[in-house]
Every structure is written in structure tokens, then in C-alpha cells.
Write a protein that binds this ligand. Sequence first.
Ligand code: SF4
Length: 368
Amino acid sequence: MSTNKDQIHFSSKLESLYFHFNRGKNNLFAYFLNRVKWHLYPKFNYISKFPEHVDMELSSACNMRCPMCYTITENYIKNVKRTNMTLQRIEKVLKECGEKNLYSLRLSWRGELTLNQSWIEAIKMAKKYGIKEVSTLTNALLLTPDKFEQMLKAGLDWLTISVDGTGEKYNEIRAPAKFDDLIDKLKKFKEIKKKYNSVKPVIKVQTIWPAIKDNPEEYFSTFRPLVDQVTCNQLVDYLAQDDPNKMVHAPKFNCHVLYQRLTIGADGRILLCYNDEFDKHILGHVDEDSLENVWHGKKMSEARAVHKKNKGIEVYEACKKCFLPREHESFTTVNIGKRKIPIDKLIARSQDVSISKKYKGRENSSNK
Ligand code: SF4
């Protein structure tokens, strides 16, 4: 069972080590243990008392229309209610997570967390309940330096910012955000961390490969001085464009995610996993179920049993479309300084996506 094969690290091994050291700072032993469990539990099909990680979506709406994102698809717009998680539900989930010693929590999933007015409160609350690592992904459009400072003071451990490309490419993909504004913000975030003498939140930026394929080194050298880690993701098929007859699935795929994490949508529904973006497999609801019961419940147990027989992609609609069970092939190599970084991609997945082609339909889609 392989894990985390979809992300490419541009930072050097030493920089990555430093990133992990800072990410786990103040909880280094617990962090090390968490990493061991994260990789070993799936290998031995071991079901822990409580998940190691919870993805709790504060908002399922987004204020961007990125051309490669599932949130602009008709499927998402029709099937997923764009809403914000209520403070009452946030507190109920966090209380249970704290009581069950959850190690890590991510406050975002499909949408943009800053659209939920309670996002700073949610960070504070998560730390109050003792969750060791609190993180989030953001597009940073609404993330002002003042809000960043509030996040730092609230105790956020890790911030990932989606930054697809540099300059005009970024402006095109990440409209209405502007690249120059983002760079200004990152400089200010760095000053704020310095002011508080804090290594946290560690900041990672990530891009999709097509946005930087012409000059990956420029991307790395732009962000390296500003953030803690620079990564790149191959473009996966969030728009359901790939030909199923050409996809190649790993013959013995038994999904590791089912032993690591649980996902909660902004409406309170508990889902099979973070790759069920269209709410296809509902396991419960936070108003009626505890996370622990769902983790050990009938539906989750069935999903693990099906996957153990390597039948996940036959039985679950989300798994059929998911990128995790698909086989990779070697694609290209990137030179960053003296380092040569191999880049893989999914078999039958194009990485030469025309951005303008992907913009089609953006004007007609309403994502609020
Ligand atoms: S959709 Fe299926 S294969 Fe993909 S992460 Fe979820 S359980 Fe695993």
C-alpha cells in the first residue's frame, strides 16, 4: 500500500527536515509517533480507537473559480450545498476530538475556510481542546496580514496556500487574486512570524504542475525565501475528463485513507473520505453520531472490508473516480539547482492542459 505519492517536493531534503521539525515543534515526540502510525496503521489494516486526523470543512463555498477545480463543475454545483459549518457543530466536533486525543485537524476541505466568519474562533477552540496540530488550506484571497496575525495568536500550526504559477499565469488561474498582492502578503506574514519569534504557522505553497511547467525553477526561487516548503502537484482529473478505458488501476489497491482520517462536510455530514468531493457516500451526521461511532460503524467497516478484497473501485463511485488507486508513470525530470527531481503522473492523464479551455463554463457557474 503506497501513500502520499501525488505530491512533489521542490525543497531540498534538509529544508524538508527543517519544515517537519518546525511543524512538530512543541510536540516533537507526539508528531514522530503520529507519522509512524500514519504509515503503519494502513500497512497492517489496523483500526485505531479514533482517527489520527480529521478534515473538518468550515466552508464548502469558494470565492475563486479555478479552472481545474471540481467546485466549478455542474456535478458539484448541483449536488453539494455551499454552506458554512455552524459554530455549534464546530464546537461539538472539536470537543469530541479533544476528548479522544486527536492528533491533527484540518479546517478546510473543498471550499475556502475564510468564508466562514468563525474561522479564527475555530482555530482557538481546536487549540483549547488540546488538538496538537491544527492546519488549513487557503487561497489567501481574504487572508490579510491582520488575519494572519490573529491565526498565529490563535495557535495555527500549519498553513498551506494554493499558488498556481507565478505572475500572469497566477493571475489567470487564480482570478480575481493578483500575484503581486500575494507576494506582498507573504512578505508581511514572514515579518509577523519574526515579530512573534514564532516558527508557526509553518507555511507551504503548492502549485499544479501545468502552471509552472515552463519554468519550475523560477517558481521555487520565488517562494523559497518566503515560505517553509515549496511543493507541486501533478494535475489530477477533478473534472472527470479522463477516459476510463485508458486508466490503469493498481491491481491490489487497498485504500490507506480508511485507516488514517475522517472527513466532515460543512453541512455536518460525515463522509467516506476527503476524495468523496461530491458527497456520494455518507456515513453519518455530526448532529446524530459521534465520530468514534462512525469510525467503527457498519458503513466504514464495510468500506474497509471491500477495500481489503481490492474491490473498492468496483463498489464505490468515489473510488472509481479517485486518483489514489490509479497507477503512475514516469513523466519528466525537473532541475532545481543541482538537484534532479523526477516527476510522475497518472497513466492516461494529460498534463498539457490549456488553461483557456478549462475556463469554459466558469462564467456560467455559480459557486456561492
Ligand atoms: S475515494 Fe476511495 S480510493 Fe479514494 S481516497 Fe477515498 S476511499 Fe480511498
